[in-house]
Structures are given as C-alpha cells and as structure tokens.
Design a protein around this ligand. Sequence first.
Ligand code: PBG
Ligand code: ZN
Length: 328
Amino acid sequence: MNYSIPFDRHRRLRKTPALRSMVRETHLHKEDFIYPLFVVEGKGIKNPINSMPGVFQFSLDELKKEMDEIASLGIRSVIFFGIPDVKDAVGSEAYCATGIVQKAITQTKEQYPEMVVIADTCLCEYTDHGHCGVLEDGYVNNDESLILLAKTAVSQAKAGADIIAPSNMMDGFVATIRHALDEAGFENTPIMSYAVKYASAFYGPFREAAQSAPGQGDRKAYQMDPANRLEAFREAESDTVEGADFLIIKPALSYLDIIRDIRNNYHQPIVAYNVSGEYAMVKAAALNGWVEEEKIVMEKLISMKRAGADMIMTYHAKDACRWMSEGK
Ligand code: PBG
Ligand code: ZN
C-alpha cells in the first residue's frame, strides 16, 4: 500500500446510527403524505380491491371510521376518487352537487376541518365509456371536455375541497379551471395539477378500484408517451403559465428522472404520485415473502423525495406512518 496517495474514508460518516442520521440528506415526514381514497354510494360498504391489498372502496359511513384511523395515524391530507352508481356519456355525476365525491368532501371537512381535502378532477370514473372527457367519433373532444371539467372543479370547491387536482390531461385544463374557480368566488382554492402524466400500465389496479377502465381504446391520445422527457417540460411550462400551484408527476418510480428534471426547473411544490401498480407489485411480492415490505416501501418513498418530490401521494401512507411512529 502506498500511503503517500490520500484517499477518502467515506465510511467514517457511516460508522454508527447516530452519525448516519446526522448526515442524512433526505427525510420523510408524515405531512409529506397524501392518502388516496375511493368512495361509493350505499351503507356499510368496505369493498376490498383485489389487486391492491389493504385498499378499499368505502361508503360514507365506513369512510367516517376510516378517517378516524387516518387522522390518528398522523396523515394530514387525503385525495378522493368517487365511483357513482350511475354513469353516462357525459359523466353527469362528476359535477352533481349531491355526487358521491361532493358528499365525501363535505362530510370529511365537517369531521376533520384541519384535514387537507383534495378532489381529483376527472370524468373517467363517471363516464360509461371510461374516458377522461367526452367522446366524439371515438376521440376525446378537448374543448367540450374542458367545460364539464370546469363545472366539476367548481362543484368540488363548493362542497368544501381545499385543493382541486385535475388529472384529465386535456389541453388548457388549468387555465379553464382557474378561470371557473375565480368566477365562482374560489380564487383562493389552489390547483394541484397532474401536469406530467404518462399513459402508463402502472394504473391498472386503480382502474379496478375506480371502475374506470376505458371500454374501448386507451388513453394514449391524451396522456404522455413514456419515452418522452422534453415533453414533460412543455407540459410543466404550460401548466405553470396557466397558474398551477402544485405540479404532480405520475407515475413516480419509473419516472424519478422526470421528477428531478421538473424539480430543477420549476419552483412550485412537486408531488410524486406513487401509483396503484407500483403499490400492487410490492404488496404481491411482500405477501409471498419475497421482499421485506417495510424496508422496500420506505426505500421507495425516500427515493421519491431524493429525486425532488416535496409530497407523495401513496397507498402506503398508513403503513408508512405506523412504521415511522415505531421509530424505525
Ligand atoms: C383519473 C386518474 C387515474 C389515476 C389517478 N387519476 C387513472 C387513469 O388515468 O387511468 C391513477 C392512479 C393510480 O394508478 O393509482 N384520470
Ligand atoms: Zn381520468
């Protein structure tokens, strides 16, 4: 060994748990989490989702109990997806004052006024064809859909939503919804835009949970091509100009590079959506005993923060909060 050549002893800072935690660069907090919830009409309903162990569809009475647990675990924010009893071509239940999501929002704000309640604004759970807008000759008509999405956002704000999160990927949705919210007196309601949303197979289990798979075709004519990176900048740019208060990147795990790109170039809070398929894969492997669930999940979540996300929408939120309370 030639001792005249200096080299770095990186291991000095890894020697003890105390040192490691002192030099840790990224941290997860309970307030980083946004927990997704599926709500249905009816009573006493807590339907398990096959492909998402631990995730359920709740009727409003069951939601109330669930919300007690969520709040007691330290989760500060939830996002609602509604599954209506009746679907039609124009998604009428999405913008109905007594729609299931509207009722869930109002109930939750009464139960926990401090909870940050986010409304997902899209039509796919409400249309009989399962697309995120209205169809014209099999193609989603952008501008016609915007009118209905703006109505949906306003009705969600009226129900008490703290934040509107449009996930429909129509062009101009942020501007249109901003304008409609302002006109209705909700100029202080922020828009958390699904700015960068890829046409992804990782949404498969969600479509079972939300009963929202498109009857025909796919979403490639409005969601982004997974091969594209520069397009993410164009999407983030237009949403920023239109007034988006938050930018969501979705999915998260296969798109950590995009999260970093957007973090480096934009200055709104960044949200990573750790989607249903990402959850299902870990759950399936864990249930088989093939991976250690807690370690895998916490590593995934920290990687999203390290990539630049400020917040994470994740079905793992309840488990993660439990593990964090145990001080692991
Ligand atoms: C609705 C919507 C989807 C997700 C969130 N909002 C499904 C889709 O676009 O097909 C996916 C969430 C998940 O997979 O967890 N547009
Ligand atoms: Zn949709």
